[in-house]
Design a protein. Structure first.
Length: 435
């Protein structure tokens, strides 16, 4: 079987600055993963075309697109404390969003059996009107919207450690896109509660697994086999899109899940197997330990190529079965099979849209005390319910990016970013449509 790999040198030019986790060397790690996979001629690379404005506008309003372009071309800066851009970021974002569209066209022409979009900036946190969490355009959503507009039924499975809030928001009322997210909870961006299931015609087409820190591959496999596969068989997708974040790996510096490369082989194989060859599309999202990205990329690429590549064995023994029980009960009508399943219903809090704590702090460092957020008004994420609070003066806000994020003991409680930087950052964020 053949897998297209879409990537481009422009992705290296999206310079996020020294010490930022979403850095150009992630692309080097992906390339190394391709090499270590030893898939050889089964991998066919292509340079993706840029997305057109009308294609982006299926997800993002034109005024957002135009404002983001102006901001980048004017020299860039910080859209929020986590999301810096430079002039080259605009072209990188266009090609990152266009990679899936290009891959779909190539798959429809029969050029391969599947495609992997090795792109940056990533996309699943970008809401229709806001850049956030390292993301500018929502790459997977742009492709899913194009497929839905063509009459396809699209299943998106997001196994990034962080909830894909932007993807969820884009399709929360859409009956033609089934969105499934398996993520650590609580963690940035604070969304992804159990009871977030869609609205209107899209009610029931959002499925969230808010998993505890330490969850391992056996929990993920059970979630897919006992919940996602039956739901997909009932719903009948014609395309599968995967948001492949490798930050659930146990070595990742900013999350606390317990996955290994062997788990990504299993997850990707199960999900892509839900539709016929030629209708399978995988997008790189997160993953910030470079060697974990190397190993996980190799494992992920092997699955759609029909090979089992396991640089590390799959994991088991972590917590989270009660979450799977609760999701099965909610979406499949099954009885709870564990005594803790009812307690998991408390994971159903809905985060106010557009407000999220910074990505750069580990969850256990922030969940108990709350985290100030990065827009003109702020919220706190508690261990239970995220709630609105009144507006604050951002000039005195504590920004987690002002502390060395990559330390195992990182915590957003130390130094304060310069007042001018904080004020300008938030103003720029609002300029491009923050809600």
């Amino acid at each position: 079987m053949t897998v297209l790999v879409g990537t481009h040198p422009i992705f290296l030019d999206h310079d996020t600055g020294e010490g930022h986790p979403e850095r150009p060397s992630r692309m080097t790690a992906v390339t190394k993963g391709m090499q270590t996979s030893e898939l050889g001629e089964a991998l066919v690379t292509f340079e993706p075309r840029p997305a057109e404005r009308d294609e982006l506008s299926r997800v993002h309003p034109i005024n957002y697109i135009d404002a983001l372009e102006r901001f980048c071309r004017a020299g860039g800066g910080n859209l929020d404390p986590d999301t810096p851009v430079v002039p080259a970021s605009w072209d990188a974002a266009l090609r990152a969003a266009g990679a899936g569209l290009d891959a779909i066209e190539r798959l429809r022409r029969g050029e391969a059996d599947a495609a992997f979009c090795a792109v940056r900036p990533p996309g699943h946190h970008a809401t229709p009107t806001r850049a956030m969490g390292f993301c500018l355009f929502n790459n997977v959503a742009v492709s899913a919207a194009a497929l839905a507009a063509a009459g396809e039924r699209v299943l998106i499975v997001d196994y990034d450690a962080h909830h894909g809030n932007g993807t969820q928001e884009a399709f929360y009322r859409d009956p033609n896109v089934l969105f499934v997210s398996l993520h650590q909870y609580p963690l940035y961006p604070g969304t992804g509660g159990l009871r977030e299931t869609g609205q209107g015609d899209g009610l029931g087409t959002t499925v969230n697994f808010p998993l505890p820190a330490g969850a391992t591959g056996d929990v993920y496999r059970r979630a897919l086999e006992e919940v996602v596969v039956p739901l997909a068989e009932r719903w009948g997708p014609t395309w599968v899109l995967v948001s492949a974040g490798f930050d659930g790996h146990r070595d990742d510096p900013i999350t606390e899940l317990g996955l290994a490369a062997g788990d990504y082989a299993d997850l990707t194989a199960t999900v892509t197997g839900l539709v016929p060859a030629g209708r399978r599309l995988v997008f790189l999202e997160g993953g910030y330990d470079l060697w974990a990205v190397v190993r996980s990329t190799a494992a992920c690429l092997g699955a759609p190529a029909g090979e089992s590549i396991r640089p590390e064995p799959a994991t088991n023994g972590g917590p989270g079965d009660e979450v799977v029980d609760a999701v099965a009960r909610l979406h499949l009508g099954r009885a709870e099979s564990g005594p803790d399943a009812r307690r998991v219903a408390g994971r159903g809090a809905v985060q106010p849209p557009g407000r999220a704590p910074s990505r750069r702090a580990r969850s256990t460092s922030t969940a108990g005390n709350g985290v100030l957020l990065s827009s003109g008004s702020s919220s706190r994420l508690s261990t239970r319910n995220p709630v609105r609070t009144s507006a604050v003066n951002t000039s005195s806000m504590v920004w987690p990016w002002s502390i060395p994020w990559c330390s195992p003991t990182c915590h957003p409680s130390g130094r304060v970013a310069p007042a001018a930087t904080a004020r300008v950052g938030c103003g720029r964020l609002r300029m491009i449509g923050a809600s």
